[in-house]
Design a protein around this ligand. Structure first.
Ligand code: ZN
Ligand code: ZN
Length: 382
């Protein structure tokens, strides 16, 4: 009983520490969103330069999923998705209140919900995959990122990089679009370009910060459940040990140092990944072509096409961006699916040089390739 209490105290303490900045940012962002969408008679943009507010809706509600997930108030992902989906409707319904003098927009709701759907697709693309060794590697990476984002400084760095990337790419897109005579599409192009640039820059900043933090934590050997340093804890012959703070078992190979795989190894799975993502984009294009072709004869196809052209331009862009984002998510998932066996079979065949490791010496669950020196961990007995 007392040991059970120890487990919950240590891991709850860690969960609380990790969730703190997420909760602050979520509450702040939810307030900003609610205020901005309900400000009486707020009109952004003009007739000649319409504000790209469908893209804003997509990004806003997509980010609310990520932030609400980070608060750890809700354990599972799907209720988080459902809550934010309902939120997109509620946010528009309350705007239709007469005192606010704003209007209900079905396209705003749709743009927000597309944002939620794309975000959920990316959670699926990046979710744990493969056997024990690959999951341990992912567990370590998740721990490093969580630990990093428990520090307000990391948020400032990631947000700053994102803002910088958004400004640079947004301005460049604006210049190119202006040169091409995009006219009324200009703010939309700047917004779309800026968004993509911001996401790319903050992802790069987060990856680099995580790489540095990973090197520090590799030495500390934190328990993934409670964060307790396990550097000095005794490890059995198979590499297993128990965290003294919360009794969660660990494997000595779970803190495997991050490594750069040679290009020919890292490239495994890229072709099926590109094919899978490409198939989705081609499929969407084929459906559009089919509707276009059928519209000559079929009334249903004609009204479908008319419906598409009745959408405001930045809503069309939202649909296009969502398709590309989902195709990319599928590519990432396929690539990770192809890479996972490399990590799961690391004790049989070297991840780096393909050398067979049947005769290699394994001490407390880990060993090194005799050809290239790459460390491997044996999580299973096969
Ligand atoms: Zn622990
Ligand atoms: Zn090797």
């Amino acid at each position: 009983m007392s040991s059970l209490r120890g487990v919950t105290t240590a891991s709850t303490e860690l969960a609380r520490r990790l969730a703190r900045p997420w909760r602050a940012v979520f509450v702040l962002w939810a307030l900003v969103v609610t205020l901005a969408t309900h400000w009486p008679r707020l009109e952004v943009g003009s007739d000649t330069f319409p504000a790209p507010d469908k893209i804003v809706h997509m990004i806003t509600f997509g980010s609310l999923v990520v932030l609400l997930r980070g608060t750890r108030w809700i354990a599972r992902l799907w209720p988080v998705g459902l809550i934010v989906l309902a939120w997109t409707v509620l946010d528009e319904l309350t705007q239709a209140l007469p005192v606010l003098d704003r209007t209900f927009s079905a396209q705003d709701v749709a743009a927000g919900q597309i944002g939620v759907a794309v975000t959920l697709a990316w959670y699926w693309a990046l979710s744990p995959i493969g056997g024990p060794a690959n999951r341990a590697r992912l567990g370590y990476r998740a721990f490093v990122v969580d630990d990093l984002l428990a520090r307000p400084g990391a948020w400032i760095v990631v947000a700053g990089a994102g803002a910088g990337g958004a400004v640079v790419v947004g301005a460049a897109t604006g210049l190119i679009a202006h040169g091409a005579g995009a006219g009324t599409m200009l703010p939309t192009s700047i917004m779309a370009g800026g968004f993509a640039g911001g996401v790319a820059a903050s992802t790069a900043a987060l990856a680099e910060a995580a790489r540095r933090r990973g090197i520090v934590l590799e030495d500390v050997r934190p328990c993934f459940a409670c964060g307790n340093p396990c550097r000095e804890v005794a490890v059995a012959g198979d590499g297993r040990g128990d965290c003294p703070a919360c009794r969660t078992s660990f494997h000595a190979g779970q803190w495997a140092p991050p490594m750069l795989l040679p290009l020919r190894v890292a490239a495994r799975g890229t072709i099926p990944a590109i094919l899978a993502g490409g198939a989705i984009l081609l499929g969407a294009l084929a459906i559009y072509g089919l509707v276009l072709g059928l519209s000559i004869h079929l009334t249903a196809a004609r009204s479908l096409l008319r419906g598409w052209h009745a959408l405001v331009p930045d809503m069309q862009l939202v649909v296009d961006m969502a398709l590309i984002a989902v195709a990319l998510a599928v590519s990432v998932r396929v690539y990770r699916h192809r890479q996972a066996p490399l990590y799961d079979g690391q004790h049989r065949r070297c991840r780096c040089c393909d050398h067979l490791l049947a005769g290699a010496v394994v001490t407390r669950g880990t060993g090194r390739c005799s050809e290239c020196g790459t460390m491997f961990a044996r999580f299973t007995d096969d």
